[in-house]
Ligand binder design. Structure first.
Ligand code: OFO
Length: 142
């Protein structure tokens, strides 16, 4: 059965968001490294890599369904590093993850309402992953 057109488009947009998250975490990692905050640098670098893995997971899924992800322009969700530090980065990370959770929910809802159960099944992994992502950053601010 064909993937729902709506779900395909939302996943394409989501892939770009995952790359944007990766770019944001890469920026945080680099800033921490040059400020001799190596532990935070490693922490954010790991997150940057995870986001690339998320993007690739979506791409592989679209490929498996015979659909193409046309590379898109990536806008970093965080700019303006001057005067900012680790607490700002963790707050920005939590905000970004909450936004990503919303967009994953939108895709999940679309899959459900279009009767695209293959996509719904696939997306369940991301719903669970977002719980972990939000907890990682939320716990740092608790
Ligand atoms: Fe891919 O979950 Fe974070 O953004």
């Amino acid at each position: 059965m064909e993937i729902s057109e709506n779900v395909k488009k939302l996943i394409q947009t989501q892939i770009t968001k995952e790359y944007a998250s990766s770019l944001m975490y890469t920026g945080f990692a680099n800033w921490c490294e040059i400020k001799a905050l190596k532990g935070f640098g490693t922490f954010f670098k790991k997150h940057a890599e995870e986001e690339l893995m998320h993007a690739q997971k979506f791409i592989t899924y679209l490929n498996d369904r015979g659909k193409f992800y046309p590379p898109a322009t990536i806008e970093p969700p965080f700019t303006g590093f001057a005067g900012k530090g680790c607490v700002d980065f963790v707050i920005a990370s939590l905000n970004q993850e909450q936004e990503v959770t919303k967009s994953i929910y939108e895709i999940y809802k679309a899959a459900e309402s279009d009767g695209d159960y293959m996509s719904k099944e696939f997306l369940a992994w991301f719903v669970n992953e977002q719980k972990e992502e939000e907890n990682v950053f939320g716990d740092l601010l608790a």
